[in-house]
Design a protein around this ligand. Structure first.
Ligand code: AMP
Ligand code: GLY
Length: 423
């Protein structure tokens, strides 16, 4: 069949590579795609939010299945429009994608259905929020309600910082309408875990657990980013923890969404905090994580087209989903300036040196005069595979060190938290 991917980052490159392994694939397109994945997915010059354009393209090219990578097109109703056309989709409809699009929606549904998460209050008025901050415990967490490109969460160490966060969101509108409501949430301690699952709205099948590395520098220091690396399976997600997450979070949430008349089909991403053998939800995302996907999907051993077909037909309960043994580690190479404004346009060397069991995913590159140059904050994601985690990490870094561009940056400790759990 003909398949289309929406998006053009490292996550979408990893999705494209997995689809490309399918025996059922005829032709793969990506809108907008990227030069880095153009060898496996033909670039289509359409914006991810051009719903009409994408629907018309799907009709013209007889696309049977669309994978929606980022959250913005989900909230623009792209899945709804494609489903109306009879196209199979990976990604929830707009009403269900509100789980990511509105933190207030997400927190309220967790409260209503007793899904474990931090205590919180919602404010629509800056002065009420500021008054509440007088008595809050610190650190406290201030979150813009709507999408904020991963920047809408502020962990405030004291009242002054929390008030500044509220003012910037609600009065200065740094995230536009996304900040017209804020959630002020209890600060949770523990170890973070990303649990992604496939769901057809009834059955929920977890993927292997993964762990992101959000801060820009080693030892979780420096600014928050979209994610500087990931590995899977992450041993913090022990069988007991995954069981707790499935029974207390994933299954009740999918049942709740159905109950609310907003059935959730697609990939459900739970950002979880693990402490003392139990889990609490930090956030839900309505899509694959980036960079978790670059570590998780290489280990998927079942045809992803079969899985997405089962999600669309409601037959996930009859689909066996298998994973390869071993570990995958993804190290992100970022540009100077990231997570602020990145420097772009530097020539990248070392991309051609193929290594066994490694794969370079392009996140922010473009081709200029036949050479790849940096073109974003997160530039590349280098994934390596091995039966053994330590060796997978070594292989990833060995490959990373062969690649360079001016003032490129990466963390040196991706995957190290795993050894707290492995002996
Ligand atoms: P979110 O976009 O909600 O996942 O928040 C981004 C990051 O902020 C998370 O991955 C956590 O590292 C951190 N975070 C969010 N909420 C909390 C919380 N209640 N307590 C502690 N850290 C949090
Ligand atoms: N890696 C975090 C996210 O995709 O939201």
């Amino acid at each position: 069949m003909n398949v289309l991917i929406i998006g053009g980052g490292g996550r979408e490159h990893a999705i494209a590579a997995k689809i490309n392994e399918s025996k059922r694939l005829t032709k793969l397109y990506a809108a907008p795609g990227s030069d880095g994945m153009a060898d496996i997915a033909e670039k289509v010059p359409l914006a991810v939010t051009d719903v009409e354009g994408i629907v018309a393209f799907a009709r013209e090219k007889e696309i049977e299945m669309v994978f929606i990578g980022p959250e913005v097109p989900l909230l623009a109703g792209l899945a709804d429009a494609l489903l109306k056309e009879g196209v199979m989709v990976l990604g929830p409809e707009k009403a269900a994608a509100e789980l990511e699009g509105s933190k207030v929606f997400s927190k309220n549904i967790m409260k209503k259905y007793a899904i474990p998460t931090g205590a919180y209050e919602v404010f629509t008025d800056a002065s009420a929020a500021i008054a509440y901050l007088e008595t809050a415990a610190y650190p406290t967490v201030v979150k813009a309600d709507g999408l904020a490109a991963g920047k809408g969460v502020i962990i405030a160490e004291n009242r002054e910082d929390a008030v500044a966060a509220v003012k910037s969101m609600m009065e200065d509108k740094v995230f536009g309408e996304s900040g017209s409501r804020v959630v002020i949430e209890e600060f949770l301690t523990g170890e973070e875990l990303s649990l992604l699952a496939f769901t057809d709205g009834k059955t929920v099948v977890p993927m292997i657990p993964s762990q992101d590395h959000k801060r820009i520098d080693d030892n979780d220091e420096g600014l928050n980013t979209g994610g500087m690396g990931a590995y899977a399976p992450a041993p913090v997600g022990s069988p007991e923890i995954i069981d707790a997450a499935m029974e207390k979070v994933m299954k009740p949430l999918v049942a709740a969404m159905a109950q609310e008349g907003k059935p959730y089909r697609g990939v459900l991403y739970a950002g979880l905090m693990v402490e003392n053998g139990d889990v609490k939800v930090l956030e839900f995302n309505a899509r694959f994580g980036d960079p978790e996907t670059q570590a998780v999907l290489p280990l998927l051993d079942t045809d992803i087209i079969d899985i997405v077909e089962a999600i669309n037909r409601g037959t996930l309960d009859q689909t066996e989903i298998r994973w390869k043994d071993g570990y995958a580690v993804c190290v992100v190479i970022s540009a100077k300036g990231y997570p602020g404004t990145p420097v772009k346009g530097d020539v990248i060397s070392g991309l051609e040196a193929e290594t066994e069991d490694t794969f370079v995913f392009h996140a922010g590159t473009k081709k200029e005069n036949g050479a790849f140059v940096s073109n974003g904050g997160r530039v590349l994601g280098v994934t390596a595979f091995d039966r053994d985690l330590k060796t997978a990490i070594e292989k990833a870094y060995a490959r990373v060190r062969t690649i360079s561009f001016k003032e490129c940056h990466y963390r040196n400790d991706i995957g190290q938290k795993a050894f707290r759990h492995l002996t």
